[in-house]
Design a protein around this ligand. Sequence first.
Ligand code: 5GP
Ligand code: ZN
Length: 114
Amino acid sequence: MENCLFCKIASGTIESEMVYSDEHLFAIKDINPQAPTHLLIIPKKHFATLMDIEDSDQKLMGSVCTVAKSLAKKNDLEVSGFRLVVNCGSGAGQSVFHIHFHLLGGRPMKWPPG
Ligand code: 5GP
Ligand code: ZN
């Protein structure tokens, strides 16, 4: 996708420090962190929103959870806890239309979220 920020980061057109990368996923630090740990776990394949995934993407989406687990461990969030959040659509606060999963931790979290 030509004008997609996360596709450009995935392809290296825009430089960004990756805290994780494999064949299908990468993770970066959020530019505007909302918690002491705020990472974005991002599929390299472009999906505008969660509504664009298909049954054939189940394995990829499952691997987001195992990467989140390993990044949570790496950031010492196992005991204190963390959130894995997807904003789907502008009404839910999505601002970058390439699917991504926020991993937030390192401070107390309230429920319901704002
Ligand atoms: P959304 O609002 O779509 O759920 O989340 C998009 C996130 O991307 C926001 O938390 C925002 O701070 C982050 N973000 C936007 N532009 C950039 C950027 O250029 N680099 C990084 N690392 N994060 C970004
Ligand atoms: Zn994209």
